[in-house]
Ligand binder design. Structure first.
Ligand SMILES: [Zn+2]
Ligand SMILES: [Zn+2]
Length: 286
């Protein structure tokens, strides 16, 4: 008898991963474990869609950018099933004083006409930045930036120069880069910062692997109605009464809503709470 994985439309299929930065070892295991899917890497210069270090600004929202990258690879290879990822690292959108890494992984199936996305948000990301002058002691910064475990980028601090030295792995290379970049900078200083490209950032690699696990699980999950892959949480239902004073709170999450990426089918999840906490109540916590 076939088990449920063997009946899944993607069982033992190949998925093209379009990437510039060798992300296959981070993403492939989750898909192999779930459905014996083989992830095939396709190198594409995805920099046209915006670069990580900011030389070319990303014009699309992260999710759309991941989908566009996946489609670019499919176009170039004539395949129909592909993936790509997009990371956003910086001051967190919700908690501004902390850095976060939001990794989005998108799957595009041109045959079925579906797109499946998952995102993983982590505060465990090493992202450090400093300004240095030639000959400056960088020991403290190296410790903060977990260098050389995480590699570094150096560029001029001010002016028109577009020089960027990336993937620096030794202290000598960093000092040399500071010398070069400071002479090209209007204020004779250089910016030294984490190289956040996936292959140079172990903390980011972990987050990409987490996003891959989430997407693999979602791809595995099929719509109860049309059997399309990609069934999962699409929304939440809000609205509970305060446990202390019974006032309705419009912010308290009552349950998750699950949905399909292919058909309009939706189902409410189990109720997560009976009451809103007084902390969410406009009367108890004005
Ligand atoms: Zn209350
Ligand atoms: Zn469906």
């Amino acid at each position: 008898m076939l088990n449920s994985a063997q009946q899944h439309p993607y069982f033992r299929k190949e998925i093209l991963l379009t990437t510039k930065h060798n992300k296959t070892p981070l993403i492939a295991p989750a898909f192999h474990n779930q459905l014996e899917i083989k992830v095939v890497e396709h190198f594409a210069d995805t920099d046209v869609l915006g670069t990580f270090s900011g030389e070319i600004e990303r014009t699309l929202p992260a999710g759309q950018s991941a989908i566009a990258k996946a489609k670019l690879g499919l176009q170039e290879t004539g395949r129909t099933l592909g993936m790509a990822s997009e990371g956003t690292i910086g001051a967190d959108a919700g908690i501004g004083f902390l850095n976060s890494d939001v990794e989005i992984l998108a799957l595009v199936d041109l045959e079925k006409g579906i797109e499946i996305l998952e995102r993983y948000r982590s505060f465990d990301i090493t992202a450090a930045k400093s300004i240095a002058s030639p000959g400056q002691n960088l020991e403290e910064f190296f410790r903060l930036a977990d260098f050389p475990n995480h590699r570094l980028i150096v560029r001029p601090s001010k002016g028109v120069s577009t020089k960027v030295l990336k993937g620096l792995a030794t202290a000598d290379a960093v000092f040399e880069a500071v010398n070069i970049c400071s002479t090209e900078s209007d204020d004779a200083l250089a910016i030294v910062e984490s190289d956040l490209r996936a292959m140079h950032s172990p903390s980011r690699q972990k987050n990409i692997a987490q996003a891959a696990s989430l997407l693999a699980a979602r791809v595995l999950s099929q719509c109860p109605d049309c059997k399309s892959p990609g069934w999962g949480k699409v929304d939440v239902e809000k609205g509970l009464n305060c446990s202390d004073c019974d006032t309705p709170s419009e912010f308290a999450v009552k349950r998750d809503i699950y949905g399909c990426v292919s058909c309009p089918h939706r189902e409410p999840g189990e109720q997560l709470a009976k009451f809103a906490s007084p902390a969410q109540c406009v009367i108890c916590n004005p």
